[in-house]
Design a protein around this ligand. Structure first.
Ligand code: PLP
Length: 399
């Protein structure tokens, strides 16, 4: 990091984030690790957390792994007043020889940097943070559930802590990481998730912040999420514009699979135009689909060889889905994300007319569980995440 010149003309040393300064203070008593299957997403607190702070005069503090506990923050802190909160979601899984592995963690670090920059938060060194997070995962290794479909979820968080209610960028920050053991994200749904298409409240808009993982992108969605739940839907299918363009499903990227007249499959997903979060699972899905399409033996994914895939990143509307469903061509829809990996969309409720109770359901031809494409991607991605298979160095060992 370069040292900005000070007002008095003297260069001043601002400490960069330095993983070699990491200290580990172990908890005196360790908590019991609950049995997998007994907890819901995000509730379990482990023994330790990783914390470092930024001060505009001294720069980054020495990173600390210390017992899990509350942060003491000034009530005027910028994050409480102006939502300077950005985060990441990643997972550690045990590979077949018992080594903890993360999936494309460098991409999460880069996205956290870009989210932080969007909120004018102080920059940090991505490699240094990843080194510290790796140490945290190793410190909490006994919390990684050794059960298929389970993982240690990792939540790096960067918040603005400038202790002033003055509207403006926070030149103070806290960068911390907590971890929590998780099972399947939608444990109660056997087939998949149902989505209510919502265009009245939008999640993101052109020129907005949908392309970043900012805390402020999620809370405005809680009201429409509750409304969808009242109507019996699990999640919201976020729309934008008069023509009901699909952006995302809950906090997942969205894919539709359409059967072509020639027997092939069109796989359609909205483009990264700034309104959509650039999901690492989305990118992995597209890379695998392109590799499969380019492979003459079509062996990358476990799909019928007589069904070539054609990938389309393009604007997609809920009206198109309804037309395909009516024509019997809408084979399957699925959502992707670190929390769920790949989840089937079993039906989509589309509001017709002004009355919110008038909902027509769009059903998938493949039925309620994962269809052939979703299943093939699930199998491949899980094998890659669990280190049973290898592709492009995506699975990284924690050591
Ligand atoms: C995190 C997130 C995703 C999924 O991103 P991954 O990197 O695949 O976990 C998709 N959409 C939204 C809105 C998200 O917050």
């Amino acid at each position: 990091m370069t040292s900005p010149p000070q007002a008095n003309g003297h260069a001043h040393h601002i400490a960069p984030l330095d993983a070699s300064l990491l200290t580990i203070q172990r908890a005196e008593t360790l908590k019991p690790v609950p049995e997998p299957g007994t907890y819901t997403f995000g509730d379990i607190k482990t023994d330790h957390m990783l914390v470092m702070t930024y001060d505009p005069v001294v720069g980054w503090s020495a990173p600390q792994i210390k017992p899990y506990g509350p942060l003491a923050l000034d009530p005027a802190s910028n994050c409480f007043q102006y939502c300077t909160n950005v985060f990441e979601g990643m997972k550690a899984i045990l590979n077949p020889d018992g080594t903890p592995c993360m999936f494309r963690p460098v991409d999460n670090m880069r996205r956290l940097q870009s989210s932080g920059a969007r909120m004018a938060l102080p920059p940090f060194d991505a490699d240094a943070l990843l080194t510290c997070i790796t140490k945290l995962v190793l410190t909490e290794a006994r919390w990684i559930p050794a059960v298929p479909g389970h993982a240690l979820y990792i939540r790096p968080t960067l918040i603005g802590t400038k202790p002033s209610i003055k509207v403006g960028a926070s030149d103070h920050a806290t960068l911390y990481t907590i971890v929590t053991p998780v099972g399947p994200y939608f444990p109660t749904t056997t087939g998949g998730v149902s989505l209510l298409a919502v265009g009245e409240h939008v999640r993101s808009w052109p020129g907005g912040t949908g392309g970043f993982k900012l805390g402020l992108n999620y809370s405005p969605g809680f009201v429409p999420q509750q409304a969808a739940a009242v109507l019996g839907y699990d999640q919201v299918l976020w729309l934008i514009g008069e023509d009901k363009q699909i952006t995302e499903a809950g906090a997942m990227n969205f894919f539709a699979v359409v059967e072509r007249d020639d027997g092939g499959l069109n796989i359609v997903t909205p483009p990264l135009d700034g309104t959509i979060l650039p999901g690492i699972t989305r990118d992995s899905t597209l890379v695998l689909l392109h590799a499969h399409a380019a492979d003459t033996s079509r062996k990358i994914l476990d799909l019928p060889v007589d069904k070539p895939v054609y990938i389309e990143e393009r604007i997609l509307s809920v009206n198109e889905l309804a037309e395909w469903a009516k024509a019997g061509n809408l084979l399957e829809c699925f959502g992707t994300g670190t929390a769920v990996l790949v989840v089937a969309v079993e039906r989509i409720g589309d509001l017709v007319g002004a009355d919110v109770k008038q909902v027509r359901d769009i059903e998938m031809k493949a039925g309620r569980g994962l269809g052939p494409v979703g299943q093939a991607l699930w199998d491949k991605l899980l094998a890659l995440k669990e280190g049973r298979d290898e592709f492009a160095g995506w699975s990284v060992k924690c050591e």
